[in-house]
Design a protein around this ligand. Structure first.
Ligand code: DAK
Length: 257
């Protein structure tokens, strides 16, 4: 794995991954995306890690897929690359992913951000799906997840014109979770990641899975799935511990069992 374009470290139960291609505003090359998916899967399978924090730099979360990778590609080449398998790996990460977003979150960058679960954005962040300016449309969910997040009217406005949304607009439209002052974008996201990581590891994954079901399943089915996840938690030590700790007026000591 190329350690340069992705920097990563562990802080307590949080795995911190930083996209690191400053010269191209963190453009997501094929190589980077392959390594990112592999790294996230590694952390997803590591019992010590409860939450993944994904970040870019102050200037750019990611300004899109690397245009250089696509500029001369034919339809057949794009098909053969099977890039969707990589995005599917990221979609299938079971642990909560917190996004720390500053600067540009465009195209594939915005799509990657929408694969995250809690999105903490700096007041200077800019969002968009400007693929239309390149003669293409979003290819990794940008017409679908974006529309589900912001609604048809805004999605049409943004995707068809290529215009960018400010952080304030993105929050109002429901694309992101929170805006924070630009000095605190990373530390706030880390704080949120640590707070989530302090909860029961099985419960936070169940909550993520259940909330994501709301996007994919009809309500009657997602409610059934929620009940299954809810009942299953009553077989965990963390449920017993959480409720005993409440009664004893002390913080719970969750073990992920
Ligand atoms: N790719 C490659 N290089 C990029 C880049 C990108 N997406 N974005 C910026 N750069 C490079 C610039 O070329 C420039 O390089 P040098 O000229 O210095 O060598 C450097 O980063 C700094 O950029 P600028 O000089 O342009 O900086 P400005 O502040 O003036 O402008 C900008 C910032 C973000 C507004 C501008 O750079 C820009 O418009 N960038 C392109 C944004 C964009 O169009 N993004 C969408 C790309 S298409 C798929 C999954 C996903 C996708 C496709 C398929 N499958 C699963 C099949 C996704 C597609 C996309 O994201």
């Amino acid at each position: 794995m190329d350690e340069q374009h992705l920097l990563h470290e562990v802080d307590g139960n949080v795995a911190i991954i930083r996209i690191n291609r400053p010269k191209v505003l963190n453009a997501l090359s094929l190589h980077l995306m392959t390594d990112l998916a592999t790294l996230m899967e590694q952390y997803d399978g590591d019992d010590n890690i409860h939450v993944i924090l994904l970040s870019g730099s102050e200037r750019a979360w990611a300004a899109g897929a690397d245009i250089g990778d696509m500029a001369t590609a034919s339809s057949a080449e794009m098909l053969k690359r099977n890039q969707f398998a990589i995005w599917e790996q990221i979609k299938n990460i079971k642990k909560p992913i917190v996004a720390a977003v500053s600067g540009f979150a465009l195209g594939g960058g915005c799509e990657l951000m929408m694969h995250c679960d809690i999105i903490i954005a700096s007041e200077n962040a800019l969002f968009g799906q400007p693929e239309i300016n390149l003669g293409i449309i979003p290819g990794a969910g940008g017409t679908q997840r974006f529309t589900r997040a912001v609604g048809k009217a805004t999605s049409m406005d943004v995707v068809l014109s290529g215009r960018l949304l400010s952080a304030k607009e993105a929050l109002n439209f429901g694309l992101i979770s929170r805006i924070v002052p630009k000095e605190h974008w990373f530390e706030t996201a880390l704080m949120v990641a640590k707070l989530v990581a302090s909860k029961g590891p099985i419960a936070i994954c169940s909550a993520k899975a259940s909330i994501l079901n709301a996007e994919e399943l009809p309500l009657s089915e997602s409610l059934v799935e929620e009940r299954k996840l809810f009942y299953a938690l009553f077989d965990t030590n963390d449920q017993t511990e959480g409720m005993i700790a409440f009664a004893e007026k002390r913080p719970p000591n969750f073990t992920g069992t």
